[in-house]
Design a protein around this ligand. Structure first.
Ligand code: ME8
Length: 698
């Protein structure tokens, strides 16, 4: 039988799930659903990587045992997969793999034994004992990597521990090494298969890395250095290198080295897999993993496909410190799963980095889903309900009505639109198969546009006024409904919930999950069949309201050393409250109430905010303060606030400050903010209760 196996990376159990993890799962889930739809027996793996020093450290920091730490993180992952419809119950993954499973220990030990017995293509032992050398911190009882120590000021001196500020010892310990250097040619010949490492640009990177020469790889640590891991078979004083252990999950999950799993799933049945990974871990998957498999005599993966990384809307890496991360609970609260899935696949050109922001997500959901597919679906079905008594109308225009139909400009030849859709279907499937999701979706939306145009040109509401045009009206609505049926089948792997809803509203039984898109035939929609209850599938999102809710619930941005380094000494449009000497000693002089009354403070709401070109500290905002025109206001807060996160936010404005020009823009007021710390970090004043724009503060 035709089978398919797709995997995501197994995620580190030292930190909680985030958008990046969700993304790879969504891609894998969409691929798996598309395969299942075509009748292919598919297995989809995701899970967690639970061993190694980082998990040990996280556990220690949180006062847990390493297993408790892993269980804790796994509970968040499984909650995420359930809430986002990615678990088995919702038709998602087939296994949530955990490397602490006993069957994994068995399988990984089996792979180790095979490698330990193997000869390299050059006739050497694939595994040998040597010495690992590194900088060791005695108080920490561990080796330090380059980013974990302070380089010495004087050449010849040892580096120092960042935690203890004590010199590190150069220590060498016994370790098993994998003779990676003997696999250069074998790997290069594996890369000759063009679809093995994808996309092309990443394949080229991997090839040049391997051509540059490979070093043997240390694949074990003494148990005294790293104890949380799989013991080396027959030499328990050593713990396996966490990547050897983690990569092997892809085969142990389906039965390699364990009878029970083998019976339950089947290694021969599903291997080789398509591995989906972020580009950050491509080398481990495209160099080390195939080399281990070559040594053990196990078939290589079907493909290793690396996707790009999500950045913030300004193209910066997402980080908690910058406060520009996308929170899963915010996504879950404000957006439908289908909108998130659609955005992920539409917005990131597969293989390249993509930008993820709440505003962008709202815009796409509103334009492509609410106004696009959703509108097509509801206008078609509403007209069928209104003009055709809620039954799928007939596609046939009788001979004697053809001339009449032609006069309205309607194409009487049904095969024109059928041909268009068939071609689009073929293109869609081709792009999807090549993992070019964004292009596939673009193609599907060309169908939405085409059908929309057909309806608008035919003006069914006018046709309905003329009894003689009833067959023309029926034919137009049939074509729209049939196109919609095709679209729901094509889009089902990307938006399982919404397509299922449209399917039922069309009056179809079963689910588009079981319709093979390659076998769709025009005209299979039965005329005369009753449609279901018409309901909006993609409600429009109120951007200002949603952004304001998101921003109101936003967690505070914490200043860190990294944030404050190089922060401006003066702000071009300074926050109202300045930390001055007077602050330090308390109030030094009093003002009369009349003095205060001179300041016109008003409630405002940010309508838009953007960065000012070539002024990295300035934001240009439009703020509604209850006047006819919004105010244009510049504020020196760009280093602390993401512009899109301010949209919708209620702020306090000094409305009667003399306008002044900054960088060629007139600033017509000032945003009030607290200011603290040496660098005068601004925190914008806001309200926790509803208040209308323009209300005065007094
Ligand atoms: O590397 N954009 O686990 P990990 C898109 N345990 N995807 C992202 C992302 C972003 N900004 N950030 C993370 C590990 N990802 C190892 C893997 S596999 C045998 C062992 C996704 O928790 C992406 O898939 O650091 C990336 O490769 C993965 O999370 C890294 O997850």
């Amino acid at each position: 039988m035709n089978t398919f196996y797709v995997t995501t990376p197994i995620y580190y159990a030292n930190s909680l799930p985030h958008l990046g993890h969700l993304y790879t799962m969504i891609v894998a889930d969409s691929i798996a659903r598309a395969k299942k739809q075509r009748g292919i027996d598919t297995y989809f793996l995701t899970g967690t990587d639970e061993h190694g020093i980082n998990i040990e450290r996280a556990a220690e920091k949180n006062g847990r045992t390493p297993k408790e730490q892993a269980d804790y993180v796994v509970s968040y992952f499984t909650r995420m997969t359930s809430e986002f419809g990615l678990d088995t119950e919702h038709g998602g993954y087939d296994i949530f793999m955990r490397t602490t499973e006993p069957f994994h220990y068995e399988g990984v030990s089996e792979l180790w034994r095979r490698v330990a017995k193997a000869k390299t293509p050059h006739g050497n032992d694939a595994l040998y004992k040597g010495h690992y050398e590194g900088w060791f911190c005695a108080p920490c009882a561990e080796y330090k990597t380059e980013d974990e120590y302070q380089k010495p000021k004087n050449e010849g001196d040892p580096p120092t521990c960042l935690i203890h500020d004590t010199p590190l010892d150069r220590v060498s310990e016994e370790s098993y090494f994998f003779r990676l250097s003997d696999y250069e040619e074998a790997l290069l010949s594996a890369y000759e298969r063009p679809d093995f490492v994808r996309p092309e640009a990443r394949r080229n990177e991997v090839i040049s890395f391997v051509r540059g020469g490979l070093q043997d790889l240390s694949v074990s640590r003494l148990k005294t250095s790293v104890s949380w891991g799989v013991p080396v078979p027959d030499d328990p004083a050593h713990t396996m290198y966490v990547w050897f252990d983690a990569l092997t999950n892809y085969i142990t999950a389906i039965g390699f080295g364990n009878e029970e799993r083998q019976k339950a799933v089947g290694f021969e049945k599903f291997w080789p897999a398509l591995h989906l990974v972020g580009k950050d871990i491509l080398r481990f998957h495209a160099v080390y993993w195939p080399a281990f498999l070559l040594a053990a005599g196990v078939e290589l993966p079907r493909a290793i496909v690396a996707h790009g990384m999500w950045l913030d809307p300004n193209g910066r890496k997402m980080s908690k410190t910058l406060g520009n991360t996308i929170e899963l609970d915010v996504l879950q609260k404000h957006f439908s799963i289908d909108a998130i899935r659609y955005f992920c696949l539409r917005e990131m050109v597969f293989g390249q980095d993509g930008r993820f922001g709440y505003e962008g997500l709202i815009d796409r959901a509103n334009s492509d889903l609410a106004s696009g597919l959703g509108n097509l679906s509801s206008r078609t079905l509403t007209m069928i309900a209104r003009y055709c008594d809620s039954r799928i109308p007939s596609p046939v225009i009788p001979e004697d009505k053809l001339l009449l139909a032609k006069r309205t400009g309607v194409d009487t030849d049904e095969t024109t639109i059928a041909g268009f859709i068939e071609h689009a279907r073929n293109q869609f499937l081709l792009h999807f198969e090549n993992l070019a999701f964004s292009r596939a979706l673009e193609t599907a939306w060309s169908v939405v546009a085409r059908v929309d145009k057909m309806i608008t040109d035919a003006k069914p509401w006018d046709l309905a006024k003329d009894e003689n045009q009833k067959p023309t009206l029926s034919a137009v609505l049939y074509r729209a409904a049939e196109s919609l049926r095709w679209l729901t089948v094509l889009l089902h792997p990307v938006m399982p919930g919404a397509t299922h809803a449209i399917w039922s509203q069309l009056g179809m039984e079963g689910s588009p999950a079981h319709i093979n898109p390659a076998e769709l035939k025009w005209g299979q929609l039965k005329d005369g069949a009753a449609i279901g209850e018409v309901q909006p599938v993609f409600p429009r999102i109120d951007k200002v309201k949603t952004m304001s809710e998101i921003n109101a619930g936003e967690k505070p941005v914490h200043a860190t050393e990294a944030d404050t380094a190089g922060a401006p000494a003066t702000q071009p449009a300074p926050p109202m409250t300045h930390a001055t000497e007077a602050d330090a000693v308390g109030v030094t002089s009093f003002i009369e109430i009349d003095d205060f009354a001179k300041v016109d403070l008003r409630v405002g709401q940010v309508l838009s905010a953007e960065r000012v070109p070539k002024a990295d500290k300035l934001l240009l905002m439009k703020v509604d303060i209850g006047e006819e025109q919004p105010r244009q206001i510049l504020a020196g807060i760009a280093q602390y606030y993401e512009p899109e996160k301010l949209v919708g936010r209620k702020v306090v404005i000094v409305a009667n400050l003399k306008p002044r020009k900054l960088r060629g823009y007139e600033s017509q007021g000032m945003v009030v903010a607290a200011s603290y710390g040496e660098e005068g970090r601004p925190v914008i004043a806001t309200f926790t209760e509803d208040v209308p724009n323009g209300a005065r503060l007094k």
